[in-house]
Design a protein around this ligand. Structure first.
Ligand SMILES: *Cc1c(COP(=O)(O)O)cnc(C)c1O
Length: 322
C-alpha cells in the first residue's frame, strides 16, 4: 500500500467539528462536519486529495502538461490549475460556457495560475474539444496527462479511500456519512475505504446531477478498479452503493430555494460557508431528510464538506444567493 505514488501537499487530517446550533435548529440528529473545504491548495476542496495521487502519476509518466475539463466555474479545474503551477506543469483547461468579459471566482483563479483556457459553448461539445486539445498537445510534444473529469479515475478515487482511513483514525463515531456526489470519485473512494478500513456506518451520496442508477454502476465499477491499487481486486456491486437523487432535478448549478436555504442556515447558525452548486445542494438534501425524520434522533450524521466555496463569488451565483 505504501508504494502508490503520492505527493503529500494536502493539509491533513481535516478537522471534524460539531454543529450544535444547526442540530438544535433542525431538532434532528447530531450533525458533524468534516472540513475538506480546508484541505489546502487554492482554497481547498475534495480535489486536493485526488490530485495528490493524480499529479504523482503524471510525474511518474514523465508528463509536462495537465489537461482537464469542466464547467466554467469548475472547482476541479481551479485546483488542477493550482497543482500544475505548484509542481511545474503547464495546464490547459477545456471549459464549457460563455466566457464573460470580467472573469470571476474560479475562472479568475484559473487564469492567475497561468492555465491556458479553451472554451466551448455547449457542454455536449466538451468531450470532443478535450480529446482534440489532448491530441494537439501530444503532437506538439507537450507530454500531456489527461486528468479525468472531476479527477475521478481509479487513481484519483484513492484520495477518498485514504480519507476514510483518516476518518477512522480520528476515532469519531458517525452512523451516516453524507456528501455531494457528481463524477463519482469521492463516492467510490469512500466506498472502497469503507470496506478496506472497516467503517460500520452508511455512506450516502446526495446526487448533484445524475440519476441513482448511474451512481450505482459508476461508483461500484470505479471502486472495484481502484481496489486493485491498494491490494487484491474487490468486486463491488451496484447494490452496495447508496445514492439519493431526489434533489438534483433542477439541473447542475441551478439554485433553488432549497440550496439558498441550506447555504443561509449553515452561515447563520454556524458561521460556516457552503458552496452554491455542490455542498449547498447536498446540505439541502440532508436538511430535507432530517425534516422527514429519515434519521433517528439518537444517530449522528457526518456531513463531509467537499469545498467549492470560491464559487460563492462567481457573478452568476452570488446574484442568485440573496
Ligand atoms: C467536484 C466536487 C464534488 C463532487 O465530487 P465527485 O468526486 O466529482 O463526485 C463535490 N463538491 C465539490 C465542492 C466539488 O468541487
Amino acid at each position: 500500500m505504501n508504494k502508490i505514488p503520492r505527493l503529500n501537499f494536502a493539509h491533513l487530517p481535516t478537522p471534524i467539528e460539531e454543529l450544535p446550533r444547526l442540530t438544535e435548529h433542525l431538532n434532528g440528529p447530531k450533525i458533524l462536519i468534516k472540513r475538506d473545504d480546508q484541505t489546502g491548495l487554492a482554497f481547498g476542496g475534495n480535489k486536493t486529495r485526488k490530485l495528490e495521487f493524480l499529479v504523482a502519476e503524471a510525474r511518474e509518466q514523465g508528463a509536462k502538461t495537465l489537461i482537464t475539463g469542466g464547467a466554467l466555474q469548475s472547482n476541479h479545474c481551479r485546483q488542477t490549475a493550482a497543482a500544475a503551477a505548484r509542481f511545474g506543469f503547464d495546464c490547459t483547461l477545456v471549459l464549457n460556457g460563455e466566457m464573460p468579459e470580467q472573469p470571476s471566482a474560479n475562472l479568475l483563479l484559473d487564469q492567475m495560475f497561468g492555465a491556458e483556457i479553451v472554451t466551448v459553448t455547449d457542454r455536449a461539445d466538451r468531450d470532443q474539444a478535450l480529446q482534440e486539445t489532448f491530441q494537439k498537445a501530444v503532437a506538439a510534444g507537450k507530454k500531456p496527462y489527461l486528468v479525468t473529469y472531476g479527477g475521478s479515475s481509479p487513481t484519483g478515487a484513492l484520495g477518498y479511500a485514504f480519507a476514510m482511513k483518516e476518518f477512522m483514525e480520528q476515532n469519531i463515531h458517525a452512523d451516516w456519512i453524507l456528501f455531494g456526489t457528481s463524477s463519482g470519485g469521492t463516492h467510490a473512494g469512500l466506498v472502497l475505504g469503507q470496506r478496506v478500513f472497516g467503517y460500520k456506518g452508511k455512506v450516502l451520496g446526495i446526487s448533484i446531477d445524475e440519476p441513482e442508477e448511474w451512481f450505482k454502476t459508476r461508483v461500484s465499477d470505479l471502486a472495484s478498479d481502484a481496489s486493485e491499487r491498494v491490494g487484491e481486486r474487490i468486486e463491488f456491486t451496484p447494490a452496495e452503493v447508496f445514492a439519493n437523487a431526489d434533489y438534483c432535478k433542477p439541473g447542475y448549478g441551478v439554485l433553488t430555494d432549497a440550496e439558498r436555504e441550506a447555504v443561509r442556515l449553515f452561515a447563520k447558525h454556524e458561521g460556516l460557508l457552503l458552496d452554491p452548486v455542490y455542498t449547498g445542494r447536498a446540505a439541502a438534501g440532508m436538511i430535507d431528510l432530517i425534516r422527514k425524520g429519515f434519521f433517528k434522533k439518537e444517530e449522528t450524521v457526518l456531513f463531509w464538506h467537499t469545498g467549492g466555496t470560491t464559487a460563492l463569488f462567481a457573478e452568476k451565483y452570488s446574484a442568485a444567493l440573496l
